[in-house]
Design a protein around this ligand. Structure first.
Ligand code: MCA
Ligand code: AMP
Length: 473
């Protein structure tokens, strides 16, 4: 029988596993409720209405126990994006917390309420390591998001490599306020503590006060995206209680985008703590990290995790051996995804002779520390830690009657890392900035909305008629 993803669930324990606000579950409670739901799940994929709640965590654990692939859905998802994900992944039902107001796009699917209590019973046997566990949708440069099929093997491998790198144990209590429909918040932030037999306290919604409160009350680790650390860095110098609670943490980890050195410095100056950066991707889960016992080199994402092979490749496709020389990061290892759902073409294009092309451009120093210096695609934007494709937003904006032409770019933003800018040639009367933001929020997702709209009479184009995005700005 394959190893269990969550050994402590099977063995039972009265220790707190999950806490969201005032509600919490012990391992024994979680085994009972998730086991009950698991026994009741049909075969076939299930969609999970992934609010930041205990319900979502229970639903995902139940699906994993049952061996049924789960598709976490952003609860703020727009109608176009939702329709695409449903058509592509064909779930047989949607799991949602009782009373949740689901969009009409889900009307065609049977709905099952996620319970908070269940009857204790033996947990079902778990499926093979290669069985698909989760399908997480991620944006590319063009077209709608692709479903990344993650096998159980990738999840267990990445979480165990982080145990090694971060000395992560059952004694750790994690605090975070990340969304539960992406790898960071869900796999690292919920499944991570459960695999270790530790605990997680989710804030429901990120706030510096919530982080300070939980760290002061026994939490040992925090996970966040750079926007969250930037907000902490902005307050910690003037807030002694925030500084004190952060000082007491065992480990502060940042990922999903680069944490600016200035934010590292402000946090270190106020707390004595060095924030650990790790580098991952939906398709690869985690690739590198600064190690808890290793040298902290700010501005780098550390060294490859156990089991991960990493190489840099130059423009000609040749591996870069020299230090401090740029190349695309390519990775290989048991942390990788299986495929893009229904997209054999995209899956094939993503690999170079068995190595996954990340699209991230980096250098390495003599000690092997990886420093990310850029990205191959200019049409990918990282805003608040979310990856967003410019083409997807352009397509949505072109559907607005007031838009004749549009180009979308990312520009530096202190808080979000990058902000989405829409360059719009109006068709007739000029649509307002908030009209266009609402339009994108409604079709796609609020985090994909333009934060700034700039109006032009024409887009700069080259002789071939292609928009010259570098000439914008
Ligand atoms: C605003 N809102 C709107 C509109 N404008 N809703 C509808 N229409 C509009 N026009 C709502 C939003 O839904 C939201 O609601 C609230 O107003 C504020 O939204 P927003 O401005 O987006 O929030 P923010 O302040 O910019 O958020 C910052 C954030 C967020 C909290 C840091 O960006 C975030 O949670 N980022 C995490 C991303 C992440 O997990 N990435 C991991 C993927 P409400 O307030 O109710 O929410 S990367 C990954 O997984 C890889 C593997 C890795 O390496 O980690
Ligand atoms: P996603 O596709 O949403 O999983 O985002 C993955 C991308 O986030 C990577 O390809 C990187 O560009 C970026 N990323 C993740 N972690 C880091 C980090 N610590 N520093 C810089 N970029 C990062």
């Amino acid at each position: 029988m394959p190893d269990r993803l969550f050994p402590t669930l099977a063995s039972g324990s009265g220790k707190e596993a999950l806490r969201f606000g005032d509600t919490s579950l012990t391992y024994t409670d979680l085994a009972a409720v998730a086991g009950t739901l698991a026994r009741d799940l049909p075969s076939g994929r299930v969609a999970v209405w992934a609010t930041p709640t205990l319900h979502t965590s229970i639903a995902v654990v139940a699906a994993l126990l049952a061996g049924v692939p789960a598709i976490p859905l952003n609860p703020k998802i727009g109608e176009r994006e939702l329709a695409h994900i449903l058509a592509d992944s064909e779930p047989v039902l949607v799991l949602a917390e009782p009373g949740a107001d689901l969009p009409t796009g889900l009307d065609g699917l049977p709905r099952r309420d996620i319970p908070l209590e269940g009857a204790p019973a033996d947990l079902p046997a778990e499926p093979a390591e290669e069985a698909p566990a989760l399908i997480v949708y991620t944006s590319g440069t063009t077209g709608p998001p692709k479903g990344v099929v993650l096998p159980r093997r990738a999840i267990s491998t990445t979480l165990d490599a982080l145990e090694d790198a971060w000395e992560w144990t059952a004694e750790d209590v994690l605090v975070h306020g990340l969304p539960l429909f992406h790898v960071h918040g869900l796999i690292l932030g919920i499944l991570g503590p459960l695999r270790r037999g530790g605990s997680v306290r989710h804030l429901g919604r990120f706030s510096t006060e919530g982080v300070a409160r939980e760290l002061a009350a026994g939490a040992t680790m925090m996970f966040g995206v750079p926007t969250m650390y930037h907000r902490i860095a902005g307050e910690v110098g003037e807030d002694p209680s925030l500084a004190e609670s952060l000082s007491g943490a065992r480990l502060l980890v940042s990922g999903s985008a680069a944490l600016p050195v200035h934010d590292h410095q402000r946090i270190t100056a106020a707390t004595g703590q060095r924030v650990i950066e790790r580098y991952g991707m939906t398709e690869t889960l985690m690739n590198t990290s600064i190690r808890a016992d290793g040298e902290h080199v700010p501005g780098t994402v550390g060294v490859p995790l156990r089991g991960v092979e990493l190489r840099l490749v130059d423009e000609a496709g040749k591996p870069v051996e020299e230090i401090e020389t740029v190349g695309e990061i390519q990775v290989r290892g048991p942390n990788l995804f299986t495929e893009y759902l229904n997209r054999p073409d995209a899956t094939e294009a993503a690999f170079d002779d068995g190595w996954f092309r990340t699209g991230d451009v980096a250098t390495r120093d003599a000690a092997g520390y990886v420093k990310i210096v850029g990205r191959k695609a200019t049409d990918l934007i990282k805003s608040g830690g979310y990856k967003i494709g410019a083409g997807e937003i352009e397509n949505a904006l072109m559907e607005h009657p007031g838009v004749a032409e549009v180009a979308v770019t990312g520009e530096p933003d202190d808080d979000l890392g990058e902000r989405i800018v829409a360059w719009v040639v109006p068709d007739g009367e000029r649509p307002t900035e908030s009209e266009l933001a609402d339009h994108v929020s409604r079709l796609l997702s609020p985090h994909k909305r333009p934060r700034v709209v700039r109006y032009l009479e024409a887009l700069p184009r080259n002789d071939m008629g292609k928009v010259m995005k570098r000439a914008l700005g």
